[in-house]
Design a protein around this ligand. Structure first.
Ligand SMILES: Nc1ncnc2c1ncn2[C@@H]1O[C@H](COP(=O)(O)OP(=O)(O)OP(=O)(O)O)[C@@H](O)[C@H]1O
Ligand SMILES: [Mg+2]
Length: 227
């Protein structure tokens, strides 16, 4: 099991987004999360990637606690452990969030260089390999505004893969993509999963769910159900 979420609750002020939800994800598994707009899908992804603090419950990644509840308070892992746990889980945002002032190569290298997780030369070599794999050779020096939607999406995936996470989360990966690019993204996701990466995809795209999901979670009225 690479991800285990237990009794997780989150509210914003008086709005309870979800309450007491539990699920787990295995190595290499592709799980899709569906639900109407505003049911809390993005908030859930933000909690499991450490960007949002839940009110209650625990999140365990590769058997290490990202956070857990103690005496009614949420406690996060200590600094160094927290950094290594967070590297195990990547997120491709709904709007890609590429750094607009950095070219493709700089976007890919930024986090790994900042975290000093390898020599700059090795980090660059990894970036070149990923760009090749995602059919982005020759785009190293382009800036996000010079890329198509599908290319930006692939750069965002390459960037999220740079730290070699055990889990990769996607928020609406196929919105705004034409069918050919969507098929390309679908193939990339299946390749990553077959190499052992666990994948969590939030999507409204039912065709995509039918095509790719090994398990489906639906969020509704603050709860989740499994299909
Ligand atoms: N930072 C925030 N502050 C206050 N309320 C928030 C915040 N982020 C989200 N919410 C509220 O939490 C609820 C869930 O939002 P969320 O973005 O998780 O929904 P979603 O399921 O991803 O929707 P969509 O399908 O439209 O992307 C909404 O009611 C939203 O208004
Ligand atoms: Mg959302």
């Amino acid at each position: 099991m690479v991800l285990s979420v237990e009794n997780l609750s989150k509210s914003f002020g008086k709005t309870q987004v979800f309450s007491n939800i539990s699920f787990s994800v295995n190595k290499g598994e592709i799980v899709c999360i569906r639900g109407k707009s505003g049911e809390g899908k993005t908030t859930l992804l933000r909690c499991i990637t450490g960007l949002e603090i839940p009110d209650k419950g625990s999140i365990k990644i590769n058997n290490m606690y990202l956070c857990k509840e103690k005496n009614n308070l949420i406690q996060y892992a200590q600094k160094e452990e927290l950094q290594s746990i967070r590297q195990e889980i990547g997120l491709v945002f709904q709007a890609f969030n590429l750094f607009p002032h950095m070219n493709v190569m700089e976007n890919l290298m930024e986090a790994a260089v900042f975290l000093k997780n390898d020599s700059v030369e090795n980090i660059r070599t990894r970036a070149i390999k990923l760009l090749k794999r995602l059919d982005l050779e020759g785009k190293e020096n382009s800036y996000p505004y010079q890329l198509s939607g599908g290319q930006k999406q692939r750069v965002a995936i390459a960037r999220a893969c740079m730290l070699n996470p055990s889990i990769l989360c996607f928020d609406e990966p196929t919105s705004a993509l034409d069918e050919q690019t969507r098929n390309q993204i679908s193939k990339i996701i299946r390749d990553l999963s077959s190499q052992g990466m666990a994948i969590i995809i939030v999507t409204h795209d039912n065709g995509f769910v039918d095509e790719i999901a090994q398990r489906i979670i639906t969020m509704k009225d603050r709860k989740i159900t499994f299909e």
